[in-house]
Design a binder for this molecule. Sequence first.
Ligand SMILES: Cc1cc2nc3c(=O)[nH]c(=O)nc-3n(C[C@H](O)[C@H](O)[C@H](O)COP(=O)(O)OP(=O)(O)OC[C@H]3O[C@@H](n4cnc5c(N)ncnc54)[C@H](O)[C@@H]3O)c2cc1C
Length: 596
Amino acid sequence: MPIYNAPLRDLKFVYNELFDADDLQQLPGFEEATPDLVDAILEEAGKFCENELLPLNQVGDQEGCQFEDGKVTAPPGFKAAYDAFHENGYAGLIAPPEYGGQGLPKTLGFMVQEIICSTNMAFGMYPGLTEGACRAIEEFASDELKETYLPKMIEGTWSGVMCLTEPHCGTDLGLIRTKADANDDGSYSITGTKIFISAGEHDMTENIVHLVLARAPDAPEGIKGISLFLVPKMSVNDDGSVGDANNVVCGAIEHKMGIHGNSTCVMNFDGAHGFLVGTLHKGMSAMFVMMNAARLGVGMQGLGISEVAYQNAVSYARDRIQGRSLKGATQPEKAADPLTVHPDVRRMLLTMRAYTEGNRALNVWVARALDMSINAEDPKQREDAEALVALMTPVCKSFMTDCGSDVANMGVQVFGGHGYIAEWGMEQFVRDARIAQIYEGTNGIQALDLVGRKMPEKMGRNLRPFFHEVSAYLEEKVHDERDEMQSLIMSLAKSFGRLQIVTGWIAQQGMKNPEEGAAAATDYLRLFALVALGYMWLRMADIALDKRAGDEPVFYQAKLDTARFFCNRLLPQTGALMSAIMSGSDTMMSFNEAAF
Ligand SMILES: Cc1cc2nc3c(=O)[nH]c(=O)nc-3n(C[C@H](O)[C@H](O)[C@H](O)COP(=O)(O)OP(=O)(O)OC[C@H]3O[C@@H](n4cnc5c(N)ncnc54)[C@H](O)[C@@H]3O)c2cc1C
């Protein structure tokens, strides 16, 4: 079975040292989030996930979910772990206190989520989707719906899912056919088929709350005619207890590449009783609340898988002896040296580490902005934070899941042939990580969202907080006299310059030809993410340089060395990305379609 130890030291470094934990604690509502409380929750979450969720990860993969007569059974052990998860209060950690939650910072929730995703990504989707559904209900539903559904969902008795996809429509939700007919009492009858619904049916909660996109008969064509409905699996009596079954039935579950522990369901709605959430025909804006939360959550799946794959690769590379160091034996008493002596293995391990720790910092940076965007008193601070979150959501979703997949693959490579063998668990990480690049809007669509919506939105306003912060940091640090810092600064400054040039180029070219921005999007998103990670790495190196002479020299020196690796070995990819982008769309669009 794979090993895993929650990376508590690094999480605490990011929460307390890289960023100022006081900033968060001073936000209205977060007074109780003291560093001690945050540490204690992380430690307990680490133990819970290591002891309860990790042992179920391979069980979930091998046994999967079972389907019979419309009922789905989760893998053995999942129900007990789910109950324990809620009893321990993890579901309500960041949920609003008025509905029974603990109201702690989302930043803390994000860090706990990383740990859950490392230990059992398939399990984590059940509470993760519920949390996203709660957010959409909280923001858009009527008080009556909120009072009926949120407390039960937050305490974990009921779960939540999102139902968008239909057989003929995935990315293009304007094609949705599921219909919503108004009833005399103000409710709706929902009819249609949804596919690929994660956790759409299971036996872990007494009710499942489906948030369904559907179209009323008089709705405008396309995306502007979509509304959002809350459709419970079981109707709810006036006293809040569960009543009769609603007309929502699971028709089948999918057999798939990974996340076998999470059911992927065909859901048939046959005149099911539903309730409008938000305004008629404005369902997409409500659904986007859930989707944005879910997109950041999916990014964390990539991060979680990266961390566990890295830990196992390091452990294996230390134990496995093959070949000799090129500079002469390091363990002459043994038949061979460990894998860690070989430059190519080090290249893989350091790549895995640099992306993982960099993404952890990025994740917390964005999570803090999310907290500020909601809780800060100063409107300007709220506005800037909101712009940063809007800009970085597609970047985090896409880059962190691409890294999750790449890092999991590198993990297999470090294990050699043993990585390909199921028993070690490394191939499961590859299979599980893969879906994160596809659902919640494919990574290609995230890149289009960045270039086509987030960049031009509000006359480029979303870009400002990011560009201002990075350029102010570089201007300040250019005077840093520490040699080790100087070379890192040069490296980030060069890549940041490329990002500025390419951003201007896309904005200009896009006005002449819309295909230019679309053709550049995926490369641009990666370039953007690398610069964001470079910024995180410089700030981490900055701290490490000051602290390495103290009590934890190994921890801080490793930070500095990883920063050096990132800036010298990974960040220069920005040069190739810039050239690719500026070669223009013609390299692909002039290709004769018939010749494919
Ligand atoms: C395991 C699993 C779980 C899922 N869970 C859920 C869930 O809980 N709820 C739910 O509603 N859905 C869920 N989905 C569905 C998922 O969100 C969709 O599969 C995804 O959005 C892509 O849609 P599609 O499969 O129809 O692909 P398509 O939309 O057909 O896209 C195919 C390819 O074309 C590209 N493409 C499409 N349109 C464009 C465009 N305009 N520009 C550029 N490229 C484009 C895409 O990026 C992709 O590479 C799940 C899917 C899976 C496999």
